[in-house]
Ligand binder design. Structure first.
Ligand code: MN
Ligand code: MN
Length: 263
């Protein structure tokens, strides 16, 4: 019964809003496959999450119209909203980054704080005629009042662009943009401390784009950018953000076909 679940892992096998290499639709099944050796306790926290919460894989979002981004997004909002109505905290596995917008529509009852770990700010505007592409979810979320820009931190930003529009939009909106050079110069502990101060005690959403990690560690993604986070830095970041008031979280942009070694 869904009423017996505290945290639900949700697969969102959709990559119809990508602009570059595809394949993220295959992520949920491959993340499940790679998780077959997932164990209960790690040395850093010594916490067994299964002692604290009832965790279940609640399956994939069923889609009606995968050739229509906006209808697909409605399916995601509906499914995640159904989980929220059962008191379940959604832990979502994308899919391309466009899926975060419809998740936020389901979980944000008020403008929420946002921890966004990514090579890209994803605050660009329309691309090829759609304003719901994977480079735009946080611009739309800001416009729709789903996130509080003053409580938003974007960590690990880098990579050349043709125009600086997305970076400029985030900073003009009042978001805290931490480019990768600043993260590496100041160190992970300082990043955690400042981020926790900005997001505060209220409801917060965490969105983790796998391309935040250097492609030497995580090649399986659609828009790889060199000189990113190490896996040690990424795990330290995630552990540093424990004990916050989460309304949900996601990991997106994993593209298994580009990770031929399954690393
Ligand atoms: Mn992204
Ligand atoms: Mn990205």
């Amino acid at each position: 019964s869904l009423d017996a679940v505290d945290i639900g892992m949700v697969g969102i096998p959709y990559d119809g809003a990508l602009t570059n290499r595809p394949g993220a639709r295959h992520a949920p099944r491959e993340v499940r496959n790679q998780s077959s050796l997932m164990r209960a306790i790690n040395h850093a926290t010594r916490v067994n999450p299964y002692d604290l919460a009832r965790v279940a894989d609640v399956g994939d979002v069923p889609f009606q119209s995968v050739f229509d981004i906006e209808k697909t997004h409605e399916d995601i909002t509906g499914f995640v909203g159904m989980l929220v109505a059962h008191g379940i905290l959604p832990l979502c596995c994308g899919g391309d980054h466009s899926v975060t917008l419809p998740i936020l529509r389901a979980v944000a009852k008020e403008p929420v704080a946002l921890i966004h770990i990514d090579a890209h700010t994803d605050t660009w505007d329309s691309f090829q005629g759609s304003k719901f592409n994977h480079g735009a979810p946080f611009r739309r979320a800001h416009e729709e009042g789903l996130i509080d820009p003053k409580k938003t931190v974007q960590i690990g930003i880098r990579g050349a662009q043709n125009v600086s529009e997305g970076w400029d939009y985030s900073e003009a909106a009042g978001m805290r943009v931490m480019f990768i050079e600043e993260v590496q110069a100041r160190g992970i502990d300082a990043v955690i401390e400042e981020t926790r101060r900005i997001v505060g005690d209220g409801p917060v959403y965490l969105s983790f784009d796998i391309d935040s990690i250097d492609p030497a560690f995580a090649p399986g993604t659609g828009t790889p950018e060199i000189a990113g986070l190490t896996t040690a830095e990424a795990t330290a970041l995630i552990r540093g953000f424990r004990h916050l008031d989460y309304v949900g979280a996601d990991m997106v942009e994993v593209s298994p076909p580009f990770d031929v070694g399954g690393i």
